[in-house]
Design a protein around this ligand. Sequence first.
Ligand SMILES: Cc1cc2nc3c(=O)[nH]c(=O)nc-3n(C[C@H](O)[C@H](O)[C@H](O)COP(=O)(O)OP(=O)(O)OC[C@H]3O[C@@H](n4cnc5c(N)ncnc54)[C@H](O)[C@@H]3O)c2cc1C
Length: 466
Amino acid sequence: MLRVTIIGAGVSGLACAIRLQELSKEKNLPLELNLLDAGPKPGGTLTTLEQDGFVMEEGPDCFITEKPAALEMSKKLGLEGELIRTNPALKQSFILKGTRLYPIPEGFYMLAPSRLMPLMTTPLLSPLGKLRAALEPFVKVRRDPQDESVGDFVRRRLGREVLEALAQPLVGGVYNAYPDDLSVNACVPRFKDMELKYGSLLKAMAAQRLRSQNQVSGARYSLFVSFKKGMQTLAAAMAAQIPAESLWLDSPVQALKPSDHGTWEVTAQGRAQEADVVVLAIQPAKMQPLIGGLDKEWEKLLSAVPAHDSATLNLGFRRQDLGHPLDGFGFVVPAKEKKLIVGCTFASRKFEGRAPGDNVLLRGFLGAEAVKEIKTQGENTVMEKILEELTPILGLKGHPIVHHWASYESSMSYFRPGHLSQAIRLEQKASETKGLYLAGNGLKGVGVPDAIAAGQSAAEKIFSSK
Ligand SMILES: Cc1cc2nc3c(=O)[nH]c(=O)nc-3n(C[C@H](O)[C@H](O)[C@H](O)COP(=O)(O)OP(=O)(O)OC[C@H]3O[C@@H](n4cnc5c(N)ncnc54)[C@H](O)[C@@H]3O)c2cc1C
């Protein structure tokens, strides 16, 4: 009998548990599984709230289909019929400048353009900024294998303005961190590959655009998908695979100690449990108090993968109370605009079924700075400030008819320059520690598919030695 305790029942811990159960059957090795979570429900950040016909996402509102793990999991759980695509009638998202929303220049993806003309005509850049970006193909290739920050990379190739007006809000929105704190090799490796292979991001992106134009279209899924009833559909279906006696909710693990006979003692709610194997399916920042004290290197490696706080604010309005046509998926806000809100999704435009009748649902995303304000001034004050921010941008004429806050402590790991070698060492360190495995979103990627893949990979490793 193999006794496995998983700490964290987010999608990573759930995926690990599901794969462990499958492997236990395949290999005919009995398993005693305990999945512990600090919170009252499984699924971690995947929570959807239905209120007055509004379907509000507290955490992630979709996942990317290019990385297969979440899509494959959905299919395996029979959720294919529940999947919904992003609104095919909408083609754009916006960036805020002042109080106006400007479309992201066509063909601009994350931090580089595939077409020069839309970049040359956007009001988001000055003539000098445009000239600097147009010189990108002539910028010398950096072949130094040493990692660099996303900020340095974009400044070097496309100039400061492209970084501040476009790349910072787009990349920053995904990682909830500033580009100068993010690793190129870990966060946007394909752009580094483009520089090395093509000598220019513009040339590489243009070649990629031509290739995709020549491909027969008709992909089955859009790049991002969700579920008719929201992302909790996935979390609930995954949790339904775990026997009730294995799932321990409201059970924050307070201590984790190796025992003298090669097992682990897991303490939750003052009660100690013994396990042969422990999987930490939580952010490295949250592993720190549990295993950071094992030795100095653990402490150093775990503190090298920080995580910021974040919050979301769902706002349901009557359509007539908004002056903007909401003709896109939403907008992101450059840091230089100094707003509380980092991004705003036009949720009921992005996915169908999110708002009842003639109403609309917006969802604001807030970073660590705003969370600090919530803590000191309270949600109501911060909401009023956000509504003030949104009023000139979206032409708000009234108060929301529904609103809902959610906040997350250290839930979004981000990858600093040098992350890849740190992550490799972290995994090595875990493999040198008997019965200890790592999962979650702090190792290889920060999205839902990455977290699922990390959980599955931990399960495979546990059984590979059996
Ligand atoms: C606001 C927000 C929006 C996001 N948007 C997207 C998006 O649109 N698309 C996308 O792909 N990704 C998005 N992400 C990222 C994505 O949600 C996460 O990467 C993914 O869900 C992480 O899953 P996880 O299981 O690793 O961690 P989590 O979901 O954080 O789950 C970890 C679980 O561990 C529990 N836990 C923590 N410490 C302990 C302890 N000591 N003892 C017991 N239990 C513990 C927590 O209660 C939690 O339930 C978003 C994240 C946030 C916060």
